[in-house]
Design a protein around this ligand. Structure first.
Ligand SMILES: [Zn+2]
Length: 91
């Protein structure tokens, strides 16, 4: 059997703002597949900080919707690309 072709895009489930109301709703989008220099992880928890709120409300101008806020997250690494130099972790 031939090896499966690498996915060029993956589906991602998220919560998105669609306007300045501050309401978030479920949203699915596609992003490129992981590359050798990427670390992929599953987001387990995500904060929404004051910067995210400013972006959602377009307080600084230039916000683009739909928008998936939340740049401060904790997760579980699920994939490490072959070009990534991963620090040794002691347990
Ligand atoms: Zn922040």
């Amino acid at each position: 059997m031939a090896p499966a072709a690498a996915a060029t895009e993956v589906e991602v489930d998220a919560w998105a703002a669609r306007d300045t109301s501050g309401h978030l709703s479920p949203f699915t989008f596609s992003r490129r597949a992981s590359r050798p220099g990427d670390v992929k992880f599953k987001v387990l928890f995500c904060g929404v900080c004051h910067s995210d709120l400013h972006q959602i409300h377009n307080d600084w101008g230039g916000s683009i919707y739909p928008m998936v806020p939340g740049h401060e997250m904790v997760g579980e690494v699920t994939e490490v690309g072959s070009d990534v130099i991963w620090p040794a972790l002691s347990t």
